[in-house]
Write a protein that binds this ligand. Structure first.
Ligand code: NAI
Length: 331
């Protein structure tokens, strides 16, 4: 039998946590043959709620679930984990300055970086979901120098899936037939959803999205803003931020990273930049990637037109500013 993998979910008593842990226990993240032990971390005010989630996980009697650790102690939560999904963070509340939110999250991610570095499995793969996701991941990377930088990523797969969804709705095709959209940059409203390389499988073969949607104006305006603003639209409708789609996308991110991306299909992941496409090295930036044998690599050689270039640079600029702000908060 396969040994169980240990999966950490921080902020596990929150909304995304509640949607995510049953998905992991059902095999949506690591496959239907991989047993798991779920480690859940939250903070003291949520300790009771966390106990409740633990009870429900036990009550659901998941065959793949070999154990549950529920704790408010970061060291205990991080011990031996193979996968860490960092959902816990400090949310922006009304009237709060950007700097105050950044400051809270920087101190959380600095502390949790140390806990992971000391206690996680040496090859632990990290996915940061909590906002500001790219910059939280950057702080985690800086303060966990013994974790390979290739192992620290952030979630832009939700934005990627949203882009696939918008194309599929517009063309009235199944979402599974649309592929190779790209989310570039920050998981924020400056992200650039790019369809220039995307295709649709049709009954008469593979067609570029740009040929099927012969409406440059829609693709350059409404499509982009709909994807960028989708999070806000969900908050408006639900009075709560996206949770089931965030959880599902987090499973997609880890599953493709660990088990590999399908042939001829790439996905978007926030990963550290090696300078590809002229993006400043060291930023955590969302790129198109393919994954094989547990490693991602940035898809190279895509043609970037002038419109796209400006968008790639604008979102990089925002990330550099966030990085500066984060460093100010450290002092
Ligand atoms: P939530 O507020 O329902 O849950 C957050 C949980 O984190 C709470 O239970 C809280 O007690 C816990 N927490 C706070 N500080 C912690 C710490 N230091 N250690 C461990 N746990 C801690 O929020 P929700 O809706 O689950 O969202 C979580 C995060 O994910 C937010 O930052 C949100 O902005 C972000 N998000 C990111 C998305 C992405 O695509 N990257 C999509 C949707 C949400």
């Amino acid at each position: 039998a396969t040994d169980p993998l240990r999966v950490l979910v921080t902020g596990a008593a929150g909304q995304i946590g509640y949607a995510l842990v049953p998905m992991i226990a059902r095999g949506a993240m690591l496959g239907p043959d991989q047993p798991v032990i779920i480690h859940m971390l939250d903070i003291d005010p949520a300790a009771e709620a966390l106990k409740g989630v633990r009870m429900e996980l036990i009550d659901a009697a998941f065959p793949l679930l070999k154990g549950v650790v529920a704790t408010t102690d970061a060291a205990e939560a991080c011990t031996g984990v193979n996968i860490a999904v960092m959902v816990g963070g400090f949310p922006r509340k009304e009237g709060m300055e950007r700097k105050d939110v950044m400051s809270k999250n920087v101190s959380i991610y600095k502390a949790q970086a140390s806990a992971l570095e000391k206690h996680a499995a040496a090859d632990c793969k990290v996915l940061v979901v909590a906002n500001p996701a790219n910059t939280n991941a950057l702080i985690l990377k800086e303060f966990a120098p013994s974790i390979p930088e290739k192992n620290i990523t952030c979630l832009t797969r939700l934005d990627h899936n949203r882009a696939l969804g918008q194309i599929s709705e517009r063309l009235n095709v199944h979402v599974g037939d649309v592929k190779n959209v790209i989310i570039w940059g920050n998981h924020s409203s400056t992200q650039y959803p790019d369809v220039n390389h995307a295709t649709v499988t049709t009954s008469s073969g593979k067609k570029p999205v740009r040929e099927l949607i012969n409406d440059d104006n829609w693709l350059k305006t409404e499509f982009i803003t709909t994807v960028q603003q989708r999070g806000a639209a969900i908050i408006k409708a639900r009075k709560l931020s996206s949770a089931l789609s965030a959880a599902s996308s987090a499973c997609d991110h880890i599953r493709d990273w660990v088990l590999g991306t399908p042939k001829e299909r790439w996905v978007s992941m926030g990963v550290y930049s090696d300078g590809s496409y002229g993006i400043q090295p060291g930023l955590i930036y969302s790129f198109p990637v393919t994954c094989e044998k547990g490693e991602w690599s940035i898809v190279q050689g895509l043609k970037i037109d002038e419109f796209s270039r400006a968008k790639l640079d604008a979102t990089a600029q925002e990330l550099m500013e966030e990085k500066q702000l984060a460093y100010l908060c450290l002092n």
